[in-house]
Design a protein around this ligand. Structure first.
Ligand code: GUN
Ligand code: ZN
Length: 433
């Protein structure tokens, strides 16, 4: 059995940092060794104490080795439509998004975009993502087949949508049930693939389709559920017109049994007190998508209020409403959104959220999101002096907190020196990098 040792500075979180000085919340090694066998981390410690006999040593000094980033919400089928000029969510969906996603009825298109999508994730240091595919089952096949070729742990599912969209994108309550069922059987638990039952949002699902989603969730408690919640004022108003019997937007999903610890809810910006309490009670995750929320003018996520009320929170790019594939850029914009809310997110809390925090949100913290024996060797190697601008700031830096803040504020894909997926080099081996 071959063993690889990565040498470098190592940072991995044990739990969420309470303050910027909470150094018991993480492991930091100035000259660390991450030992990997068969794609799994088998030991982590000081390099001086590591057994290097028979091991291949890859020296990443002076770079920082961290768990690969986890993106909790994106649309891989929107990879080619970032930067679409729209005034608000519903205009953006109707003018660009629903046109773009219809292209995924073609298998060749889905296969080609999947390759570019995974290349982009790897270039930016993301090793796991939770994705919406299009309503076409073949887009899901393309998504998971390419993940399997790259040995990546990916979560995704076929979007269920049977109204308020072009015919070429609409399924029916019955076909969305049948297709989702077949895709779960084909992909969930195959290699590293995990399935997410994905009713797009209340506006594009009839009550009959929500019923179908309820049945799927009840029949497949092992699967995730993902949808959008409370992103935009016009969306909320229209949702309540379509579901007048529900007390509020969250209540729609609650009424159809869609809320639980495996439910990921994109955006969650404009929630009332009842909705916040329901999320806390059910354990559903509110997913913060800062670049998207700013780009579409949706609003400012209130992280502190949600966390204070016991809601589980994660962070994501929301490609293509989001404006960067980079989780570094996402953390930067997240910081700015919270600044506007009068809240501060310290850099340790930021990087925790993008790694272990998001792994906990998925209930996968025993598998990914930290560097410890038994975890998958899904890793990112960060260069905090990657660009001239970063180098200038790097020269004055005096602490790990400052380094992380520099990485998130000034970093992008150029700061990703290397990526490992299940122990194998994934960035430097990209074709045409
Ligand atoms: N709500 C329903 N669909 C979408 C989508 O594709 N992107 C965003 N940002 N919000 C949505
Ligand atoms: Zn989304």
């Amino acid at each position: 059995m071959s063993r690889t040792i990565l040498r470098g500075r190592v940072l991995s979180f044990h739990r969420a940092p309470q303050t910027i000085d909470d150094d018991a919340s993480y492991l930091y090694l100035e000259d660390g060794a991450v030992s990997i066998e068969d794609g799994i981390v088998v030991a982590v410690g000081d390099f001086g104490a590591a057994d290097t006999t028979g091991a291949v040593v890859i020296d990443h000094r002076p770079h920082l080795i961290m768990p690969g980033f986890i993106d909790l919400h994106l649309h891989y089928v929107q990879s080619q439509m970032m930067a679409a000029y729209a005034g608000s969510l519903l205009e953006w969906l109707n003018t660009y998004t629903f046109i773009e996603e219809q292209k995924f009825s073609q298998q060749g298109h889905a296969d080609a975009v999947a390759v570019d999508f995974y290349d982009a994730l790897i270039r930016h240091g993301t090793t796991t993502a939770v994705a919406y595919c299009s309503s076409h089952p073949r887009s899901v096949d393309a998504f998971f087949a390419e993940a399997q070729r790259r040995n990546m742990l990916m979560v995704g599912g076929k979007v269920m949508m049977d109204r308020n969209a072009p015919e070429g994108l609409c399924d029916t309550a019955q076909s969305s049930y049948d297709d989702s069922k077949a895709l779960i059987a084909r992909w969930h638990g195959r290699g590293r693939a995990l399935y997410a039952i994905s009713p797009r949002f209340a506006i594009t699902s009839t009550p009959a389709q929500m019923d179908a989603a309820r049945t799927l969730v009840a029949e497949h408690p092992e699967c995730y559920v993902q949808t959008h919640l409370s992103e935009n004022d016009a969306e909320i108003t229209y949702s309540m017109e379509l579901y007048p019997g529900s007390p509020d937007y969250t209540g729609i999903y609650e009424d159809y049994g869609l809320l639980g610890r495996r439910t990921l809810l994109g955006h969650c910006i404009h929630l009332n007190h009842r909705e916040t309490a329901v999320l806390a009670e059910t354990g559903a995750v509110a997913v913060f998508c800062p670049t998207s929320n700013l780009f579409l003018g949706s609003g400012l996520f209130d992280r502190e209020r949600l966390v204070t009320h016991g809601v589980r929170v994660g962070v994501a790019t929301d490609i293509g409403g989001g404006t960067s594939v980079s989780m570094l850029r996402t953390l930067d914009e997240g910081y700015k959104v919270l600044q506007l809310r009068g809240q501060r997110l310290n850099p340790f809390a930021s990087f925790h959220m993008a790694t272990r925090g998001n792994a906990e949100a998925l209930g996968l913290d025993e598998t990914i999101g930290s560097i410890a024996p038994g975890r998958a060797a899904d890793l990112v190697v960060l260069d905090s002096a990657a660009t001239p601008t970063m180098r200038l700031r790097h020269a004055t830096m005096t602490s790990l907190a400052e380094e992380l803040f520099l990485l998130q504020t000034l970093g992008d894909d150029r700061a990703i020196a290397e990526v490992y997926v299940a122990g194998a080099r994934a960035k430097s081996t990209l074709v045409g990098l």
